[in-house]
Each structure stands twice: as structure tokens, then as C-alpha cells.
Design a protein around this ligand. Structure first.
Ligand SMILES: [Ca+2]
Ligand SMILES: [Ca+2]
Length: 582
């Protein structure tokens, strides 16, 4: 009896204790959850030649329809469908798409994507918020202009319908995601260019929105297409083509204004970076890769008073019935059995198609370097690009012919060797290395098979290119790039130089290039450049500062970093323009 009474008493006590707890739990705001898919680059396949007629990589039974950005454009409808099915089945009500909705800003592209998203929205009642990217408002007159007002009309029910405030000369707006968090969607695109601009007017508007949100007790989540913080070690030298204009100054401003998290896209990699302003305020840039490109990732985020949780998931299967006509059986079989393998193979083939397209490769490099066709350096560009493209396309291993027609044999001629692998050529290998950066949480060892073959193979190819080209053209080319190369004895400049001097010159210039450009470039992509981790990570909530291992983006060391970077890597600016302009 006594025991029963005691049990009853403790039960009553626990209930009494629990009641206020339950009350408190009911009052705690529900965490905000949303998903992010980025850089959809939608182009309906009806705007393209039939899939079996596209010949970017002729002779490839699986990937002849690839493009040089490695985006699964023909498979877009099936990928978007799979993504939206998953989003529909989730508890999450909100989707953010931080720009590059269309591939080229054409009407058919925008109308096609808006139709898919609007139908989804009407059916499910879920909320979608978009913002323009550099591909969205820049159509040439020949294909029908598409201005900001057209964009706002097309996407009026995809974010703008919920706008609390709208900037009048850009697509920027604010909207409440829930009772606690306000979205600050910034359109910092410089229309009809790939660059970003942060005009004083836009900055003033942002500042106004920040103070309005603060006055209402709202926490701000930023969304912008270009990166706010760099996502690899030498990204800063690409300037406003990659980052928002004056990224370091503006990231500092945003951090000090209390915008702690930014959702971005543009670079097509999955990465998260963090920086601390001189005043000690933190800012994170959560970048999501291109939904149509390997590894076909999207993000799931949760914001609460306890933490910000980032999770990454992948499209790993698609409904084949949504594909256009014209695929062969091998393609369909691989897509059905192992979609990630298909996507990865397509990605690598996309890069290989760049070397296949030599005339365009030369033209694109020349225009990126501001070399006109009548410039004395155009011949050098042509020579270097032709030779390099040949080399990048050359089989990695001896095909069994008598001629020296593989990278392996060229390396062997220099007295070295490369390990065996399944890679077909240097470009495919470069793609495999860059894919590690795209995927996120990159951690590829310097002594890995890929890096060893790449370094030895590329060096051998460059020596070959420079030996055949001769010093006058090579030095003129590098001088034009502003690269101080190389400090050679006078006789090396003599056009009547011996063949051994020629090789000596080629080896010297290659060693400088490998040391000053290729090595830092590799380092920047094979390891995660900036903390925190990129894919699945629990981060600090607003109002807290957690210890974070690893290197943060040095937004305070602007002059110092820029000096070092500019001296060593000016050439990379031009190479990167190629990738972005592609
Ligand atoms: Ca990172
Ligand atoms: Ca990374």
C-alpha cells in the first residue's frame, strides 16, 4: 500500500513536472527546413538536335551527346522530375533555387522550367523561391530579348508573389520563410555578362532590408547566385566572374550586418566556406552544385535555435520513360542500372569534348586572353592550343604502334614512366581530379595515382609543345599573359639555337609553369580549401560562435592575399574565364 502510494505520488510529481516542459516545448519555434537545388540551366530537348544526332564526342557509344559543361541537358526533365518527387514526399515546404534557371536565357527555356515549377506548386502547395543567375537575363536580340521585367513576369508565382520588398532595378526581394527567418534574395548579376555587380544602390537597398528585418526581430538568410566567399584556394583571382563584385568587402559588410548564412550556386561545386570579419562576425557561404551535373546533388537544410544542419543528397535514379526518343540500348541500360556511373562518365566525356573541339578551343582561349586574330600572339595561341589539345587528346598509354603517339611514350622519352590506370587521356584524368572538387569534402592524396600521372603526363606534354613551338612564340605568349617567364641565358633566345638548347628551354619553362601554376591549381582542387566540411555538417545557429577546425577564408587579408595571388596566377584568370564563358 505504502509502495503503491509512493509510486502514485511520483507519477503525479512527474506529470506536474512534465506539464510546464510540454508547454515550453510547444512554444519553442519549429525549426525552419528548406531544400536547395541550383544551376538547373534548363533547355528543353526540343530546342536541341535529336540525342542520337548530337556529335560532341563522335564515336562514343554512351556519351556522344555530351556538352562541354557536362550538363545532362537531354536528361533534365527526368532529373527534375525525380528531384520534385522526392521534395513532394518530404515534410519540407520550401525550395530555394539560387539562379541559372535557364541555359541561355531563352524564352523556351524559362517558360519550360516555370511551367514545371508552377504545376508542381499548384499541385502540392509547396513554396518555391528563385533568383536570376548570370545565364538568365542576357539573350541576344536574334533569339528574342528577355529582360528583367520578363523574368519577373515568368517567375511571378515563384517567390516574387511573396515579396515583402522588391528592389526596383534588379530582381532582388525579401520574403518571410517562417516566423523567425527572412529570405534576402539578391540579384547581383550584371545582365548580358557573366559577372556580378554590387552597385551602391543595391547595397543601400540591402542595408535597408537588413535593418527592417532586425527591427522586426527576423534572422536573415541570404540567397545570391555568385559566390559570397571563395570555395577553392585561388578563386579570388577570378573576380566578379565567380564571386559577387568586391566579394571580400561585401562579405565583411554582410557579416557585420548579421547575415550569417548565404545560399549560393554558380561554380557548380558542392562546398561550404566560412569567414570572420575584423569585428569577429561570422559568415557562411553554402554553395550547391549544378543539379544536372555529376554528382547531381541537392541540399536539405534545417535552421533552429540549436544548430544549422546541412545534408546533401543525390539524384541516383531517373524515370527512363521521361527521356526523349533516340537513346541506344547501351545508354538506357547504364542509366537504368547505375545512373551515377552514367552521370560520371558523361561528365568526363564533356571535358574530353573540349579538346576534340580544337578550333573553338583556340578561339575561346584567344578571346579570353584578349588576343585579336590580327595580333602577333594569335599564332602562338593557335600553336599552343593545337599542340596542347592534341596532347590532351592523345592516348595515355602506347596503343602498340611504332610511332611515339602516347603520353606514356613521351614521358618515357624523358627517362621517366607513368603507372598503369584505366584513364584514356590527360583531359579525362583532369576531369576526374576536378570532379573531386565538384563532389565536395575533397581529399585526394598528392601521391595518388591520378595526381602522379597528371603531373608527369602534363609536364611531358608541355615540354613537347614548347620544344616544337620555339622560344620566340612561347616567350611572346607568356609576356602577353604578364607572366614573368623565364630567366634564361641569352643563347636560349637565339633563334639559331641547338636542339639541346631547345629542350633545355622547354624543360625550364615547363618546370616554372608546373611550380607556379599547375601545383597551386591542383592543391586548390584536391583538398577542401576552406572550413567547414562541405556535405553533411552541423553548424552554429545565429547568435553563437562554435570552434571550427580548419582554415577560414581570409577576408581581412585582402591586400596580402591578392598580391601573392596576382603575381603567381595571372594566367589562371584567363584559363578560368574559358571555363565560365563556355
Ligand atoms: Ca569547405
Ligand atoms: Ca570543398
Amino acid at each position: 500500500m505504502k509502495r503503491k502510494f509512493k509510486a502514485l505520488l511520483s507519477l503525479i510529481l512527474s506529470v506536474c513536472l512534465l506539464i510546464p516542459m510540454v508547454g515550453a516545448m510547444a512554444q519553442a519555434p519549429k525549426p525552419l527546413t528548406f531544400w536547395v537545388a541550383s544551376d538547373i540551366h534548363y533547355k528543353p530537348y526540343t530546342d536541341l538536335p535529336p540525342v542520337n544526332e548530337k556529335q560532341s564526342l563522335p564515336g562514343d557509344p554512351l556519351y556522344s551527346h555530351t556538352n562541354d559543361k557536362s550538363m545532362l541537358t537531354y536528361e533534365a526533365d527526368a532529373i527534375i522530375d525525380e528531384f520534385l518527387k522526392r521534395f513532394e514526399a518530404s515534410d519540407t515546404e520550401i525550395l530555394l533555387i539560387p539562379g541559372d534557371l535557364s541555359e541561355e536565357g531563352h524564352w523556351t527555356e524559362h517558360l519550360g522550367l516555370a511551367k514545371i515549377l508552377n504545376e508542381f506548386k499548384q499541385r502540392t502547395g509547396k513554396r518555391i523561391f528563385v533568383i536570376p543567375g548570370n545565364h538568365d537575363i542576357r539573350t541576344s536580340a536574334s533569339s528574342g530579348r528577355l529582360d528583367l521585367e520578363d523574368f519577373l513576369e515568368i517567375y511571378k508565382d515563384l517567390g516574387y508573389n511573396e515579396a515583402l520588398a522588391q528592389h526596383d532595378t534588379s530582381g532582388s526581394y525579401t520574403a518571410d520563410l517562417d516566423g523567425q527567418y527572412r529570405l534576402l534574395a539578391i540579384d547581383a548579376c550584371k545582365y548580358r555578362s557573366d559577372s556580378s555587380q554590387m552597385t551602391p544602390e543595391l547595397l543601400a537597398w540591402i542595408e535597408e532590408q537588413v535593418f527592417a528585418a532586425k527591427a522586426e526581430g527576423k534572422k536573415i538568410i541570404g540567397m545570391v547566385h555568385h559566390n559570397v566567399l571563395p570555395h577553392f584556394g585561388i578563386q579570388d583571382i577570378m573576380g566578379s566572374a565567380m564571386n559577387i563584385e568586391n566579394a571580400r568587402e561585401n562579405a565583411t559588410l554582410f557579416a557585420d550586418w548579421g547575415i550569417k548564412y548565404f545560399i549560393t550556386g554558380h561554380e557548380h561545386a558542392n562546398d561550404i566556406s566560412m569567414a570572420v570579419s575584423a569585428e569577429g562576425n561570422r559568415i557562411y557561404d553554402i554553395e550547391t552544385g549544378c543539379l544536372l551535373t555529376y554528382p547531381n546533388a541537392y541540399r536539405k537544410l534545417e535552421f533552429s535555435d540549436e544548430a544549422v544542419i546541412v545534408q546533401t543528397d543525390y539524384i541516383d535514379k531517373i524515370d527512363l520513360s521521361l527521356l526523349p526518343e533516340g537513346y541506344n540500348n547501351a545508354q538506357l541500360k547504364l542509366m537504368e542500372e547505375d545512373f551515377p556511373a552514367y552521370s560520371y562518365g558523361y561528365y568526363k566525356s564533356g571535358l574530353m569534348s573540349v579538346a576534340y573541339d580544337v578550333p573553338n578551343f583556340t578561339k575561346r582561349l584567344a578571346s579570353a586572353l584578349n588576343i585579336e586574330k590580327d595580333s602577333p600572339f594569335y599564332g602562338s595561341v593557335e600553336g599552343i592550343m593545337d599542340a596542347l589539345a592534341d596532347g590532351l587528346n592523345m592516348p595515355l598509354y602506347d596503343p602498340g604502334t611504332a610511332a611515339i603517339d602516347s603520353v606514356e611514350e613521351i614521358v618515357a622519352a624523358g627517362g621517366d614512366s607513368i603507372p598503369q590506370s584505366d584513364y584514356r587521356n590527360i583531359l579525362e584524368l583532369a576531369g576526374a581530379i576536378y570532379a573531386v572538387h565538384y563532389a565536395g569534402d575533397e581529399n585526394l592524396a598528392h601521391d595518388s595515382l591520378e595526381i602522379e600521372i597528371f603531373k608527369k603526363g602534363l609536364a611531358a606534354l608541355l615540354i613537347n609543345v614548347f620544344t616544337n613551338l620555339g622560344p620566340a612564340a612561347t616567350l611572346g605568349f607568356f609576356k602577353h599573359l604578364g607572366l614573368d617567364l623565364p630567366d634564361l641565358p641569352n643563347q636560349a633566345y637565339d633563334l639559331a639555337y641547338t636542339s639541346s638548347a631547345k629542350v633545355f628551354f622547354a624543360k625550364t619553362i615547363t618546370a616554372r609553369l608546373m611550380e607556379e601554376l599547375i601545383k597551386p591549381l591542383l592543391n586548390s582542387f584536391i583538398a577542401d580549401s576552406y572550413a567547414p566540411a562541405d556535405l553533411n555538417v552541423t553548424l552554429e545557429p545565429y547568435g553563437e560562435k562554435w570552434d571550427l577546425p580548419g582554415r577560414t577564408v581570409p577576408i581581412n587579408d585582402f591586400d596580402y592575399a591578392m598580391n601573392i595571388i596576382f603575381k603567381s596566377f595571372e594566367i589562371l584568370v584567363n584559363m578560368s574565364k574559358l571555363v565560365i564563358a563556355a
